[in-house]
Design a protein around this ligand. Structure first.
Ligand code: BTN
Length: 253
């Protein structure tokens, strides 16, 4: 990937001065590595790509597992100072989906879906390094995108993979395609918040109008998002606003 790494650096550095790209054969988790660096005071903008992760992490403390060569696993770390962080994972989802393919949909709060199956997941973490200006935090935006058929072991619904849409898909090309749009989206989010992404999220919202169940047992119909990116759910007699990152959502059977 050396040529592609340099092409990504050249595309992104004008947006993010000092930006670098690192590709490593193996790491426990690209998110964990950037969080460790941030806690030790490193706050430089970087795209860290691992060809294999031995301890990939998902939302809600879950494991994110991918066989070597079947997924693109990376984290983008950068200082960010939005007035309001709410809706960031939705904005990242919009940027990734738009840069990859018109058929990719978004499942609140941070999954990319294809044909009703999970194609990719996003894990966002932040750390204060004390080194960033103006109250910024170091944001670590991690994404795992299935490129080839992933293992479906233990899953009720087999995951989707990008090769279904783009048969000759190459990891380096995918990264080159999404890196600059992702950084542009993060800089727009920093200036304008989720409001700048709400209509774009709506265009790809996979849940809207569907019967869903929340992990706390609440059942209802997904009704889009509010201005902060919270999920609106029509339940019997009320509209519930779901903001908690600890809540997961699934379509009703
Ligand atoms: C989820 O679906 O719950 C989120 C999955 C996020 C996986 C990516 S892979 C790169 C980065 N490093 C990690 O350990 N996790 C994210």
């Amino acid at each position: 990937m050396p040529g592609v790494a340099e092409a990504i650096r050249e595309a992104v550095a004008p947006l993010l001065p000092g930006f670098t790209v690192e590709v490593v054969p193996e790491l426990d988790s690209t998110n964990s590595e950037l969080m460790r660096r941030a806690r030790s005071g490193r706050a430089d903008p970087v795209l860290l790509v691992a060809q294999r992760q031995t301890a990939g992490r998902g939302r809600l403390g879950r494991v994110w597992h991918a066989e070597a060569g079947t997924a693109l696993t990376f984290s983008l770390g950068l200082p960010l100072a939005p007035a309001d962080w709410s809706g960031l994972s939705l904005a990242v989802g919009v940027a990734l989906a738009e840069s990859l393919h018109p058929r990719i949909r978004l499942k609140w709060p941070n999954d990319l879906w294809l044909h009703g199956r999970k194609l990719a997941g996003i894990l966002i973490e932040t750390a204060s390094t004390g080194a960033e200006p103006g109250g910024a935090r170091y944001a670590v935006i991690g994404a795992g995108i299935n490129l080839a058929p992933p293992s479906a072991e233990g899953l009720a619904t087999p995951p989707a993979w990008l090769g279904e849409l783009l048969p000759q898909v190459q990891p380096g090309q995918v990264l080159l395609q999404l890196a600059a749009p992702l950084v542009e989206a993060l800089l727009l989010f920093e200036r304008a918040g989720f409001a700048a992404f709400r209509a774009r999220f709506d265009d790809r919202d996979a849940l809207r109008g569907n019967a869903i169940v929340l992990s706390d047992g609440t059942a209802g119909t997904a009704a889009g998002t509010n201005e902060q990116g919270a999920l609106l759910v029509h339940t019997a007699g009320a509209v519930k606003t779901v903001t908690s990152s600890e809540v997961s959502v699934r379509p009703a059977a």
